[in-house]
Ligand binder design. Sequence first.
Ligand code: PTJ
Length: 247
Amino acid sequence: MTKIAADPSHPRYQSLLLRHRLEEAEKKGMLAGSALIAHGRGEAFDYLLGEQTIPSAMNATQHALSLLQSARRPVISLNGNAVALAGKELLQLAHKLNCAVEVNIFYRTPERMESLLNHLTEINQQESLAVEVLGANPDARIPGLEGPRASCTRSGIYDADVILVPLEDGDRCEALVAMGKTVVVIDLNPLSRTAQTASVTIVDELTRVVTNMIFLLESSEKTTPTDSYDNQEIVRQSLDHILTFFG
Ligand code: PTJ
């Protein structure tokens, strides 16, 4: 593996580290052709957020966690960018939540699926985790979606009641909500259709969210979801925060 050029004291270290992870994943054939474009869009929004977890995002994260902890059948859906940026931490989160992960990609090819599944299997072994990794043998379809991106696993995404989907696309988010699922998304763009249609929208950077979730799980008791959570208000607060950037 090539080394990242900057040292941890570099002011852009975190950003360079994430870019480096994507470069490495690209070499292994894990990413979609547009993965780096999607990441760049995320970076632009993160800049406007001050590259930090804003209070509304932390509220959404706490609520999402309580939903995942109380779920009958939670699952974490993983795409190429998510595995590249935070594969290890997402498996650790799944382990703590005692749930499966499912590789479910928008631009589905057998080669990418194999590369992503192998990478997760390696992490499971290296970290001595035994997280169930689904996605190799899809046996169900998400209603209302065309093509390979509708493929999913019955014991995973199809039967899940609460699903965490980092960097989801708008169509699929809508289709999952239409199936009656509680859909938690992580998306730095509060204006995206995904952010607007999800049940819980965490407007924050994926690696920060996963770190926050693991920290919360380790430091606090199991919490129950509150009825007063208002996702539209949470998304509005993130937009307000971005507007303060412009003075
Ligand atoms: O692996 P695949 O085939 O499922 O494809 C994955 C990508 C991400 C390429 C695909 O889903 C895609 O094209 O996504 P979009 O439509 O570009 O949406 C990506 C969204 O994620 C954008 O709104 C970005 O702002 C946001 N985003 C990008 N990087 C991050 C992020 N949100 C949180 N954390 C990030 N690191």
